[in-house]
Design a protein around this ligand. Structure first.
Ligand code: ARG
Length: 477
Protein backbone atom coordinates (compact mmCIF):
# COMPACT_ATOMS: atom_id res chain seq x y z
CA UNK A 1 0.00 0.00 0.00
CA UNK A 2 1.35 3.37 -0.91
CA UNK A 3 1.93 5.74 1.95
CA UNK A 4 2.53 8.76 -0.27
CA UNK A 5 -0.76 9.48 -2.00
CA UNK A 6 0.56 12.69 -3.53
CA UNK A 7 2.84 10.54 -5.76
CA UNK A 8 0.13 8.33 -7.20
CA UNK A 9 -0.67 9.15 -10.81
CA UNK A 10 -4.18 10.30 -9.98
CA UNK A 11 -3.06 12.72 -7.34
CA UNK A 12 -0.28 14.08 -9.51
CA UNK A 13 -2.66 14.49 -12.39
CA UNK A 14 -5.16 16.28 -10.24
CA UNK A 15 -2.51 18.66 -8.99
CA UNK A 16 -2.22 20.17 -12.45
CA UNK A 17 -4.86 22.39 -13.93
CA UNK A 18 -3.84 21.61 -17.48
CA UNK A 19 -3.57 17.93 -16.87
CA UNK A 20 -7.06 17.79 -15.46
CA UNK A 21 -8.32 19.16 -18.75
CA UNK A 22 -7.00 16.26 -20.73
CA UNK A 23 -9.26 13.39 -21.70
CA UNK A 24 -6.58 10.77 -21.27
CA UNK A 25 -4.87 12.00 -18.06
CA UNK A 26 -5.41 8.90 -15.92
CA UNK A 27 -2.48 6.99 -17.42
CA UNK A 28 0.05 9.77 -16.82
CA UNK A 29 2.13 10.66 -13.80
CA UNK A 30 3.06 14.21 -14.73
CA UNK A 31 1.41 16.87 -16.81
CA UNK A 32 2.38 17.40 -20.43
CA UNK A 33 4.64 20.41 -20.66
CA UNK A 34 3.10 23.53 -22.02
CA UNK A 35 5.51 23.48 -24.91
CA UNK A 36 4.45 19.97 -25.89
CA UNK A 37 0.83 20.89 -25.41
CA UNK A 38 1.17 23.71 -27.87
CA UNK A 39 3.26 21.58 -30.22
CA UNK A 40 0.74 18.75 -30.36
CA UNK A 41 -2.48 20.76 -30.33
CA UNK A 42 -4.46 21.27 -33.50
CA UNK A 43 -7.39 23.25 -32.20
CA UNK A 44 -5.92 26.50 -33.55
CA UNK A 45 -6.69 25.25 -37.06
CA UNK A 46 -9.02 22.25 -36.79
CA UNK A 47 -11.78 24.30 -35.10
CA UNK A 48 -12.74 24.89 -38.69
CA UNK A 49 -14.17 21.35 -38.61
CA UNK A 50 -16.52 22.18 -35.71
CA UNK A 51 -19.78 22.10 -37.64
CA UNK A 52 -19.08 18.81 -39.39
CA UNK A 53 -17.75 17.39 -36.12
CA UNK A 54 -21.11 18.12 -34.51
CA UNK A 55 -22.96 16.74 -37.53
CA UNK A 56 -20.95 13.50 -37.27
CA UNK A 57 -21.51 13.27 -33.52
CA UNK A 58 -25.27 13.68 -33.89
CA UNK A 59 -25.43 10.86 -36.44
CA UNK A 60 -23.27 8.67 -34.21
CA UNK A 61 -25.46 9.42 -31.18
CA UNK A 62 -28.64 8.62 -33.11
CA UNK A 63 -27.12 5.27 -34.08
CA UNK A 64 -26.08 4.53 -30.47
CA UNK A 65 -29.64 5.18 -29.33
CA UNK A 66 -31.12 2.89 -31.99
CA UNK A 67 -28.64 0.19 -30.99
CA UNK A 68 -29.74 0.50 -27.37
CA UNK A 69 -26.38 1.92 -26.32
CA UNK A 70 -27.78 5.31 -25.38
CA UNK A 71 -31.10 6.14 -23.70
CA UNK A 72 -33.68 8.37 -25.35
CA UNK A 73 -32.98 10.93 -22.65
CA UNK A 74 -29.21 10.83 -23.30
CA UNK A 75 -29.79 11.35 -27.01
CA UNK A 76 -32.13 14.28 -26.34
CA UNK A 77 -29.55 15.80 -23.98
CA UNK A 78 -26.79 15.42 -26.56
CA UNK A 79 -28.94 17.01 -29.26
CA UNK A 80 -29.84 19.91 -27.00
CA UNK A 81 -26.23 20.41 -25.90
CA UNK A 82 -24.95 20.34 -29.46
CA UNK A 83 -27.49 22.95 -30.48
CA UNK A 84 -26.18 25.27 -27.79
CA UNK A 85 -22.57 24.58 -28.78
CA UNK A 86 -23.36 25.26 -32.43
CA UNK A 87 -24.85 28.63 -31.64
CA UNK A 88 -21.94 29.48 -29.34
CA UNK A 89 -19.50 28.66 -32.14
CA UNK A 90 -21.47 30.59 -34.74
CA UNK A 91 -21.65 33.60 -32.44
CA UNK A 92 -17.90 33.41 -31.84
CA UNK A 93 -18.50 32.87 -28.13
CA UNK A 94 -17.14 29.35 -27.81
CA UNK A 95 -14.08 29.17 -25.54
CA UNK A 96 -11.47 27.12 -27.40
CA UNK A 97 -8.78 25.67 -25.18
CA UNK A 98 -5.34 24.56 -26.39
CA UNK A 99 -5.12 22.35 -23.32
CA UNK A 100 -7.98 20.34 -24.83
CA UNK A 101 -5.83 19.68 -27.89
CA UNK A 102 -8.29 19.56 -30.73
CA UNK A 103 -11.76 20.40 -31.96
CA UNK A 104 -13.12 17.00 -30.92
CA UNK A 105 -12.10 17.18 -27.27
CA UNK A 106 -13.09 20.83 -26.99
CA UNK A 107 -16.61 20.11 -28.15
CA UNK A 108 -16.93 16.95 -26.08
CA UNK A 109 -15.82 18.76 -22.92
CA UNK A 110 -18.28 21.58 -23.46
CA UNK A 111 -21.04 19.07 -24.14
CA UNK A 112 -20.33 17.36 -20.83
CA UNK A 113 -20.35 20.72 -19.06
CA UNK A 114 -23.75 21.43 -20.57
CA UNK A 115 -25.51 18.06 -20.27
CA UNK A 116 -23.46 15.95 -17.87
CA UNK A 117 -23.17 12.17 -18.25
CA UNK A 118 -24.84 11.98 -21.66
CA UNK A 119 -21.87 13.98 -22.97
CA UNK A 120 -19.48 11.41 -21.54
CA UNK A 121 -21.40 8.58 -23.22
CA UNK A 122 -21.13 10.05 -26.72
CA UNK A 123 -17.67 8.63 -27.36
CA UNK A 124 -18.88 5.02 -26.91
CA UNK A 125 -17.87 2.88 -29.92
CA UNK A 126 -15.85 5.72 -31.41
CA UNK A 127 -12.30 7.03 -31.44
CA UNK A 128 -10.93 10.37 -32.47
CA UNK A 129 -9.20 8.43 -35.23
CA UNK A 130 -12.39 7.53 -37.07
CA UNK A 131 -13.99 10.78 -35.91
CA UNK A 132 -11.39 13.05 -37.49
CA UNK A 133 -11.32 11.04 -40.72
CA UNK A 134 -15.11 11.42 -40.91
CA UNK A 135 -14.92 15.16 -40.24
CA UNK A 136 -12.41 15.88 -42.98
CA UNK A 137 -14.40 13.88 -45.49
CA UNK A 138 -17.65 15.67 -44.62
CA UNK A 139 -15.95 19.03 -44.77
CA UNK A 140 -14.11 18.36 -48.03
CA UNK A 141 -17.28 17.06 -49.68
CA UNK A 142 -19.01 20.38 -48.98
CA UNK A 143 -16.03 22.36 -50.24
CA UNK A 144 -15.85 20.31 -53.45
CA UNK A 145 -19.50 21.14 -54.10
CA UNK A 146 -18.79 24.84 -53.61
CA UNK A 147 -15.77 24.66 -55.88
CA UNK A 148 -17.82 22.89 -58.56
CA UNK A 149 -20.34 25.73 -58.47
CA UNK A 150 -17.60 28.32 -58.85
CA UNK A 151 -16.01 26.31 -61.64
CA UNK A 152 -19.36 26.27 -63.41
CA UNK A 153 -19.57 30.09 -63.14
CA UNK A 154 -16.13 30.47 -64.64
CA UNK A 155 -17.03 28.12 -67.49
CA UNK A 156 -20.22 30.07 -68.14
CA UNK A 157 -18.16 33.29 -68.27
CA UNK A 158 -15.82 31.71 -70.84
CA UNK A 159 -18.78 30.48 -72.88
CA UNK A 160 -20.31 33.98 -72.71
CA UNK A 161 -17.08 35.47 -74.08
CA UNK A 162 -17.02 32.81 -76.82
CA UNK A 163 -20.59 33.57 -77.87
CA UNK A 164 -20.03 37.33 -77.90
CA UNK A 165 -16.71 37.07 -79.76
CA UNK A 166 -17.02 34.12 -82.14
CA UNK A 167 -16.34 36.51 -85.05
CA UNK A 168 -13.46 38.34 -83.40
CA UNK A 169 -10.27 37.16 -85.08
CA UNK A 170 -6.86 36.97 -83.51
CA UNK A 171 -3.57 35.31 -84.32
CA UNK A 172 -3.26 31.79 -82.98
CA UNK A 173 0.25 31.02 -81.79
CA UNK A 174 2.67 28.14 -81.73
CA UNK A 175 6.04 28.77 -80.08
CA UNK A 176 4.47 32.14 -79.23
CA UNK A 177 4.95 33.03 -82.92
CA UNK A 178 1.97 33.98 -85.06
CA UNK A 179 0.76 30.73 -86.63
CA UNK A 180 -2.78 30.83 -88.06
CA UNK A 181 -5.78 33.07 -87.52
CA UNK A 182 -8.33 31.85 -85.02
CA UNK A 183 -11.54 33.03 -83.46
CA UNK A 184 -11.11 34.61 -80.02
CA UNK A 185 -14.18 32.62 -79.02
CA UNK A 186 -12.37 29.44 -79.98
CA UNK A 187 -9.51 30.42 -77.69
CA UNK A 188 -11.96 30.96 -74.82
CA UNK A 189 -13.55 27.56 -75.38
CA UNK A 190 -10.13 25.87 -75.15
CA UNK A 191 -10.03 26.99 -71.52
CA UNK A 192 -13.64 25.94 -71.02
CA UNK A 193 -12.62 22.44 -72.11
CA UNK A 194 -9.75 22.39 -69.60
CA UNK A 195 -11.99 23.49 -66.75
CA UNK A 196 -14.57 20.93 -67.86
CA UNK A 197 -12.01 18.17 -67.31
CA UNK A 198 -11.17 19.70 -63.94
CA UNK A 199 -14.83 19.43 -62.96
CA UNK A 200 -14.87 15.77 -64.05
CA UNK A 201 -11.81 15.06 -61.94
CA UNK A 202 -13.38 16.70 -58.90
CA UNK A 203 -16.66 14.86 -59.34
CA UNK A 204 -14.74 11.60 -59.60
CA UNK A 205 -12.60 12.31 -56.53
CA UNK A 206 -15.75 13.24 -54.61
CA UNK A 207 -17.00 9.65 -54.90
CA UNK A 208 -13.99 8.43 -52.95
CA UNK A 209 -14.22 11.30 -50.44
CA UNK A 210 -17.82 10.40 -49.77
CA UNK A 211 -17.32 7.23 -47.68
CA UNK A 212 -17.79 6.74 -43.95
CA UNK A 213 -14.82 5.91 -41.67
CA UNK A 214 -16.90 5.92 -38.41
CA UNK A 215 -17.16 2.45 -36.94
CA UNK A 216 -13.47 1.77 -37.47
CA UNK A 217 -12.97 3.21 -33.97
CA UNK A 218 -9.28 3.41 -33.06
CA UNK A 219 -8.20 0.94 -35.75
CA UNK A 220 -9.75 -2.52 -35.31
CA UNK A 221 -13.47 -1.81 -35.16
CA UNK A 222 -15.55 -2.03 -32.02
CA UNK A 223 -17.23 -4.70 -29.91
CA UNK A 224 -20.52 -2.77 -29.73
CA UNK A 225 -23.41 -3.69 -32.05
CA UNK A 226 -23.07 -0.60 -34.28
CA UNK A 227 -24.91 0.15 -37.51
CA UNK A 228 -22.46 1.76 -39.91
CA UNK A 229 -24.89 1.79 -42.83
CA UNK A 230 -27.33 3.86 -40.78
CA UNK A 231 -24.66 6.44 -39.92
CA UNK A 232 -23.52 6.54 -43.55
CA UNK A 233 -27.06 7.22 -44.68
CA UNK A 234 -27.61 9.90 -42.02
CA UNK A 235 -24.50 11.72 -43.20
CA UNK A 236 -25.18 11.32 -46.91
CA UNK A 237 -22.18 9.07 -47.52
CA UNK A 238 -22.34 6.75 -50.53
CA UNK A 239 -20.97 3.85 -48.51
CA UNK A 240 -18.62 2.88 -45.72
CA UNK A 241 -14.84 2.53 -45.76
CA UNK A 242 -14.61 -1.26 -45.84
CA UNK A 243 -11.46 -1.92 -43.85
CA UNK A 244 -11.11 -0.41 -40.39
CA UNK A 245 -7.32 -0.02 -40.60
CA UNK A 246 -7.61 1.70 -43.95
CA UNK A 247 -10.56 3.80 -42.76
CA UNK A 248 -8.58 5.59 -40.04
CA UNK A 249 -5.33 5.96 -41.94
CA UNK A 250 -6.33 6.64 -45.54
CA UNK A 251 -5.74 10.20 -46.73
CA UNK A 252 -5.75 9.33 -50.45
CA UNK A 253 -8.91 11.34 -50.81
CA UNK A 254 -7.16 14.51 -49.65
CA UNK A 255 -4.23 13.83 -51.96
CA UNK A 256 -6.55 13.19 -54.89
CA UNK A 257 -8.41 16.40 -54.26
CA UNK A 258 -5.17 18.36 -54.05
CA UNK A 259 -3.92 16.71 -57.24
CA UNK A 260 -7.10 17.72 -59.05
CA UNK A 261 -6.76 21.20 -57.51
CA UNK A 262 -3.17 21.39 -58.77
CA UNK A 263 -4.21 20.60 -62.35
CA UNK A 264 -7.00 23.15 -62.07
CA UNK A 265 -4.55 25.79 -60.83
CA UNK A 266 -2.17 24.88 -63.65
CA UNK A 267 -4.97 25.77 -66.07
CA UNK A 268 -5.67 28.97 -64.17
CA UNK A 269 -1.98 29.79 -64.38
CA UNK A 270 -1.86 29.24 -68.14
CA UNK A 271 -4.87 31.51 -68.59
CA UNK A 272 -3.23 34.05 -66.28
CA UNK A 273 -0.07 34.05 -68.33
CA UNK A 274 -2.07 34.84 -71.46
CA UNK A 275 -4.09 37.57 -69.78
CA UNK A 276 -0.87 39.17 -68.56
CA UNK A 277 0.65 39.07 -72.05
CA UNK A 278 -2.55 40.30 -73.68
CA UNK A 279 -2.69 43.27 -71.33
CA UNK A 280 0.75 44.53 -72.29
CA UNK A 281 0.80 47.43 -74.72
CA UNK A 282 2.68 45.23 -77.19
CA UNK A 283 -0.31 42.93 -77.49
CA UNK A 284 -3.18 45.12 -76.34
CA UNK A 285 -5.61 42.22 -77.02
CA UNK A 286 -7.74 42.78 -73.93
CA UNK A 287 -8.62 45.31 -71.29
CA UNK A 288 -9.47 44.32 -67.77
CA UNK A 289 -11.87 46.54 -65.86
CA UNK A 290 -10.07 48.74 -63.34
CA UNK A 291 -11.58 46.87 -60.42
CA UNK A 292 -9.34 43.90 -61.24
CA UNK A 293 -6.14 45.92 -61.63
CA UNK A 294 -3.86 47.88 -59.39
CA UNK A 295 -1.59 50.85 -59.91
CA UNK A 296 2.03 51.48 -59.07
CA UNK A 297 3.01 53.65 -56.14
CA UNK A 298 5.83 55.21 -58.17
CA UNK A 299 4.86 54.98 -61.86
CA UNK A 300 1.60 56.87 -62.36
CA UNK A 301 0.94 55.41 -65.82
CA UNK A 302 0.84 51.78 -64.65
CA UNK A 303 -2.19 49.50 -64.61
CA UNK A 304 -0.98 46.13 -63.42
CA UNK A 305 -2.65 42.74 -63.87
CA UNK A 306 -2.14 41.81 -60.22
CA UNK A 307 -4.97 39.29 -60.08
CA UNK A 308 -3.68 36.95 -62.80
CA UNK A 309 -0.11 37.42 -61.57
CA UNK A 310 -1.09 36.46 -58.05
CA UNK A 311 -3.06 33.46 -59.31
CA UNK A 312 -0.02 32.32 -61.28
CA UNK A 313 1.98 32.61 -58.07
CA UNK A 314 -0.60 30.85 -55.91
CA UNK A 315 -0.49 27.88 -58.26
CA UNK A 316 2.91 27.00 -56.81
CA UNK A 317 1.48 27.00 -53.35
CA UNK A 318 -1.16 24.40 -54.25
CA UNK A 319 1.47 22.19 -55.94
CA UNK A 320 3.46 22.52 -52.70
CA UNK A 321 0.52 21.23 -50.68
CA UNK A 322 0.23 18.21 -53.00
CA UNK A 323 3.91 17.41 -52.43
CA UNK A 324 3.46 17.99 -48.69
CA UNK A 325 0.55 15.56 -48.43
CA UNK A 326 2.23 12.87 -50.53
CA UNK A 327 5.33 13.13 -48.38
CA UNK A 328 3.24 13.12 -45.20
CA UNK A 329 1.85 9.70 -46.11
CA UNK A 330 4.80 7.96 -47.70
CA UNK A 331 6.45 6.59 -44.58
CA UNK A 332 3.45 5.84 -42.40
CA UNK A 333 2.83 2.32 -41.16
CA UNK A 334 -0.75 1.27 -40.50
CA UNK A 335 -2.90 2.50 -38.93
CA UNK A 336 -3.41 6.03 -37.50
CA UNK A 337 -0.32 8.08 -36.66
CA UNK A 338 -0.23 11.57 -35.27
CA UNK A 339 1.49 12.58 -38.51
CA UNK A 340 -2.00 12.67 -39.97
CA UNK A 341 -2.83 15.79 -38.02
CA UNK A 342 -0.59 17.53 -40.54
CA UNK A 343 -3.08 16.82 -43.32
CA UNK A 344 -5.33 19.71 -42.40
CA UNK A 345 -3.45 22.92 -42.99
CA UNK A 346 -2.32 22.03 -46.52
CA UNK A 347 -5.77 20.79 -47.41
CA UNK A 348 -7.48 23.86 -45.95
CA UNK A 349 -5.12 26.19 -47.75
CA UNK A 350 -5.49 24.34 -51.06
CA UNK A 351 -9.27 24.65 -50.76
CA UNK A 352 -9.12 28.34 -49.81
CA UNK A 353 -6.75 29.15 -52.63
CA UNK A 354 -8.81 27.39 -55.29
CA UNK A 355 -12.08 28.81 -53.98
CA UNK A 356 -10.90 32.42 -53.84
CA UNK A 357 -9.15 32.13 -57.20
CA UNK A 358 -12.20 30.72 -58.96
CA UNK A 359 -14.42 33.36 -57.43
CA UNK A 360 -12.33 36.25 -58.73
CA UNK A 361 -11.66 34.60 -62.10
CA UNK A 362 -15.35 34.02 -62.75
CA UNK A 363 -15.97 37.74 -62.41
CA UNK A 364 -12.81 38.85 -64.13
CA UNK A 365 -13.33 36.69 -67.23
CA UNK A 366 -16.93 37.88 -67.49
CA UNK A 367 -15.72 41.49 -67.33
CA UNK A 368 -12.82 41.09 -69.77
CA UNK A 369 -13.02 43.40 -72.81
CA UNK A 370 -11.45 41.99 -75.99
CA UNK A 371 -9.91 44.51 -78.42
CA UNK A 372 -10.69 43.24 -81.94
CA UNK A 373 -8.64 45.92 -83.75
CA UNK A 374 -5.41 45.04 -81.96
CA UNK A 375 -5.97 41.34 -82.46
CA UNK A 376 -6.63 41.83 -86.17
CA UNK A 377 -3.53 43.96 -86.62
CA UNK A 378 -1.39 41.31 -84.98
CA UNK A 379 -2.86 38.55 -87.14
CA UNK A 380 -2.20 40.57 -90.31
CA UNK A 381 1.41 41.21 -89.33
CA UNK A 382 2.37 37.59 -89.00
CA UNK A 383 1.58 35.97 -92.39
CA UNK A 384 -0.98 33.96 -90.55
CA UNK A 385 -2.67 32.81 -93.77
CA UNK A 386 0.46 31.27 -95.35
CA UNK A 387 -0.88 27.78 -94.64
CA UNK A 388 -4.10 28.74 -96.40
CA UNK A 389 -2.14 29.67 -99.50
CA UNK A 390 -0.39 26.28 -99.41
CA UNK A 391 -3.74 24.52 -98.96
CA UNK A 392 -5.07 26.50 -101.95
CA UNK A 393 -2.27 25.05 -104.12
CA UNK A 394 -2.79 21.53 -102.77
CA UNK A 395 -6.47 21.75 -103.66
CA UNK A 396 -5.35 22.59 -107.22
CA UNK A 397 -3.24 19.43 -107.35
CA UNK A 398 0.21 20.39 -106.04
CA UNK A 399 1.75 17.96 -103.47
CA UNK A 400 1.77 19.58 -100.01
CA UNK A 401 5.57 19.65 -99.66
CA UNK A 402 5.93 21.51 -102.99
CA UNK A 403 3.17 23.90 -102.01
CA UNK A 404 4.95 24.53 -98.70
CA UNK A 405 8.12 25.44 -100.56
CA UNK A 406 6.36 27.75 -103.04
CA UNK A 407 4.59 29.60 -100.24
CA UNK A 408 7.82 29.94 -98.24
CA UNK A 409 9.30 31.79 -101.23
CA UNK A 410 6.20 33.96 -101.52
CA UNK A 411 6.40 34.86 -97.82
CA UNK A 412 10.05 35.76 -98.20
CA UNK A 413 9.20 38.08 -101.11
CA UNK A 414 6.41 39.70 -99.09
CA UNK A 415 8.73 40.16 -96.09
CA UNK A 416 11.34 41.77 -98.36
CA UNK A 417 8.70 44.09 -99.76
CA UNK A 418 7.36 44.82 -96.30
CA UNK A 419 3.78 43.86 -97.25
CA UNK A 420 1.28 41.11 -96.54
CA UNK A 421 0.75 38.13 -98.82
CA UNK A 422 -2.61 39.53 -99.85
CA UNK A 423 -0.85 42.72 -101.02
CA UNK A 424 1.24 40.92 -103.65
CA UNK A 425 -0.23 41.20 -107.16
CA UNK A 426 -1.72 38.02 -108.66
CA UNK A 427 1.02 37.85 -111.29
CA UNK A 428 3.73 37.84 -108.64
CA UNK A 429 1.92 35.14 -106.62
CA UNK A 430 1.65 33.08 -109.82
CA UNK A 431 5.41 33.35 -110.30
CA UNK A 432 5.80 31.04 -107.29
CA UNK A 433 3.28 28.59 -108.71
CA UNK A 434 1.20 28.83 -111.87
CA UNK A 435 -1.55 27.00 -109.99
CA UNK A 436 -2.40 30.13 -107.96
CA UNK A 437 -5.91 31.04 -109.07
CA UNK A 438 -7.84 34.31 -109.07
CA UNK A 439 -9.82 33.04 -106.11
CA UNK A 440 -6.64 33.09 -103.99
CA UNK A 441 -7.42 36.41 -102.33
CA UNK A 442 -10.36 34.99 -100.48
CA UNK A 443 -8.15 32.43 -98.67
CA UNK A 444 -5.58 35.10 -97.88
CA UNK A 445 -8.20 37.02 -95.90
CA UNK A 446 -8.39 36.24 -92.16
CA UNK A 447 -12.14 35.68 -92.47
CA UNK A 448 -11.74 33.19 -95.34
CA UNK A 449 -9.04 31.35 -93.47
CA UNK A 450 -11.03 30.78 -90.27
CA UNK A 451 -14.31 30.13 -92.10
CA UNK A 452 -12.65 27.29 -94.01
CA UNK A 453 -11.85 25.37 -90.80
CA UNK A 454 -15.40 24.29 -90.67
CA UNK A 455 -15.65 21.01 -88.80
CA UNK A 456 -16.34 20.09 -85.18
CA UNK A 457 -13.37 21.29 -83.15
CA UNK A 458 -12.34 23.80 -85.84
CA UNK A 459 -12.12 27.56 -85.45
CA UNK A 460 -14.77 28.63 -88.02
CA UNK A 461 -17.07 31.09 -86.21
CA UNK A 462 -20.12 28.97 -87.03
CA UNK A 463 -18.40 26.00 -85.36
CA UNK A 464 -17.45 28.15 -82.39
CA UNK A 465 -21.07 29.19 -81.95
CA UNK A 466 -22.21 25.56 -82.07
CA UNK A 467 -19.48 24.48 -79.65
CA UNK A 468 -20.48 27.25 -77.25
CA UNK A 469 -24.10 26.13 -77.45
CA UNK A 470 -23.11 22.53 -76.70
CA UNK A 471 -20.94 23.64 -73.78
CA UNK A 472 -23.78 25.74 -72.40
CA UNK A 473 -26.21 22.85 -72.74
CA UNK A 474 -23.79 20.57 -70.85
CA UNK A 475 -23.84 23.06 -67.99
CA UNK A 476 -27.61 23.25 -68.10
CA UNK A 477 -27.80 26.88 -69.24
N1 ARG B 1 -6.28 16.00 -33.83
C1 ARG B 1 -6.09 14.67 -34.28
C2 ARG B 1 -5.85 14.69 -35.81
O1 ARG B 1 -6.07 15.66 -36.41
C3 ARG B 1 -7.30 13.85 -34.00
C4 ARG B 1 -7.02 12.40 -33.83
C5 ARG B 1 -6.19 12.17 -32.67
N2 ARG B 1 -6.03 10.79 -32.39
C6 ARG B 1 -5.09 10.34 -31.54
N3 ARG B 1 -5.03 9.07 -31.36
N4 ARG B 1 -4.24 11.14 -30.97
O2 ARG B 1 -5.40 13.73 -36.41
Amino acid sequence: MSSAPSKTPTAAAQSSLHQKDQAWSGRFSEPVSELVQRYTASVQFDQRLAEVDIQGSLAHAAMLQRAGLLSDQDLADIQRGMETILSEIRAGQFQWSVALEDVHLNIERRLTELVGDAGKRLHTARSRNDQVATDIRLWLRGEIDLILDLLRNLRLALIGQAEANADVLMPGFTHLQVAQPISFGHHMLAYEAMFGRDAERLIDARRRVNRLPLGAAALAGTSYPIDRAFVAEQLGFEGICENSLDAVSDRDFAIEFTAAASVLMMHISRLSEELILWMTSRYGFIRLPDRFCTGSSIMPQKKNPDVPELARGKTGRVYGHLMGLLTLMKGQPLAYNKDNQEDKEPLFDAVDTVRDTLRVFGEMVAGMEPQPEAMRRAALEGYATATDLADHLVKKGLPFRDAHEAVALAVRAAVDAGVGLEDLPLSQLQSFSPLVGEDVFEVLQLEGSVASRNHPGGTAPTQVRQAAARARARLGG
